[in-house]
Design a protein around this ligand. Structure first.
Ligand SMILES: NC(=O)C1=CN([C@@H]2O[C@H](COP(=O)(O)OP(=O)(O)OC[C@H]3O[C@@H](n4cnc5c(N)ncnc54)[C@H](OP(=O)(O)O)[C@@H]3O)[C@@H](O)[C@H]2O)C=CC1
Ligand SMILES: O=C(O)C1=N[C@H](C(=O)O)C[C@H](O)C1
Length: 278
């Protein structure tokens, strides 16, 4: 046990499904100090972040939409370790959020998906110049890291693979960040998957899903009742090998989020993927 002051943590997207879960996890961690709760939702302005997250006691941290003043306030606190901002907002705003945080020297732990490869490269350059750690993690669950590792192992032996990702129907982006990352990891072997055997015609556009790197197809399902699920299906003559991950509670992401908050202070550049910090 060290006597170090707790790490100041801001949660952006604090009123959302993931934000509320992060508020609870941070509040219960003795080495972390929730100092700010940002959300642009007008419905929740000034509400106590702890009460909104379902904690029995208020945390005395009000929800506010004032991101830049909060970043400035935390950056100005010289008594505490550098601040960390956890972002679970929206694909449209996450790029600007990360740039603002890095500009203030606040370390971004990013769960929000939907960043383009160009945006990620630009953010990596910006974090490098600022010598500031930045973590972009498409999926914080350990089960998904294990699925991806098993998929990479299998891909040496199978030439045919497709991905199906299934999510709740409030998800803004498709395909999921996790499915894109899974295809990238499979593609890193330098192999081209799914060599065409016949000329295919889509009678309805999109019937065969989207085509990611190295020819891997991704199919996106959106339905109420789902949380987050992914299948990676390998096929070869006479056999099918299916890997599947299911989430039943967003609490599954919290060990990964807390690990990222603790690890980011030692980083000086952008790191993409939970597997890199385990
Ligand atoms: N990496 C991972 O392991 C995981 C990643 N995700 C990703 O996290 C993101 C959020 O997911 P989820 O919590 O389900 O979404 P929600 O819609 O439930 O929550 C997002 C919250 O952020 C608010 N918000 C949107 N834009 C801004 C902004 N510019 N500034 C401040 N607040 C904003 C929203 O307000 P309003 O509703 O009023 O717009 C909402 O309260 C998604 O991209 C999702 O894919 C989700 C689960 C796990
Ligand atoms: O929106 C979600 O819910 C999730 N989003 C992430 C993604 O796009 O991969 C992670 C997880 O699948 C849940």
């Amino acid at each position: 046990m060290t006597n170090q002051a707790p790490i100041p943590v801001i949660v952006n997207g604090a009123a959302g499904k993931m934000g509320r879960e992060v508020i609870k996890a941070v509040a219960l961690a003795p080495d972390l100090n929730l100092v700010g709760a940002i959300d642009h939702s007008l419905e929740h302005q000034d509400k106590d972040a702890g009460e909104l997250a379902g904690l029995s006691e208020p945390l005395e941290v009000p929800i506010t939409n004032q991101l830049e003043p909060m970043l400035g306030y935390v950056a100005g606190d010289r008594q505490s370790p550098p601040g960390v901002i956890v972002d679970f907002t929206h694909p449209d705003s996450v790029y600007d959020n990360i740039r603002s945080a890095i500009a203030y020297g606040i370390r971004p732990v990013v769960g929000t998906t939907g960043l383009s490869p160009e945006q990620i490269q630009d953010l990596a350059d910006f974090a490098d110049k600022a010598s500031t750690g930045c973590l972009i993690i498409p999926n914080f669950s350990i089960g998904m890291v294990l699925l991806q590792q098993a998929a990479v192992a299998a891909s040496k032996y199978f030439d045919h693979v497709e991905i199906i990702e299934l999510h709740h129907n409030q998800k803004a982006d498709a395909p999921s960040g996790t499915a894109i990352q899974t295809a990238q990891l499979l593609g890193e072997l330098g192999k081209t998957f799914n060599p065409a055997l016949v000329e295919e015609t889509e009678k309805l556009p999109g019937a065969r899903g989207s085509v990611a790197d190295e020819g891997i197809r991704i199919h996106s399902v959106r339905l109420p009742g789902l949380i987050a699920h992914q299948e990676v299906i390998f096929g070869a003559a006479g056999q099918i090998y299916t890997l599947r991950h299911d989430t039943s509670d967003r609490a599954c992401y919290m060990p990964g989020v807390l690990l990222a908050i603790r690890k980011i202070l030692a980083l000086k550049s952008l790191v993409y993927g939970l597997e890199k910090i385990l």
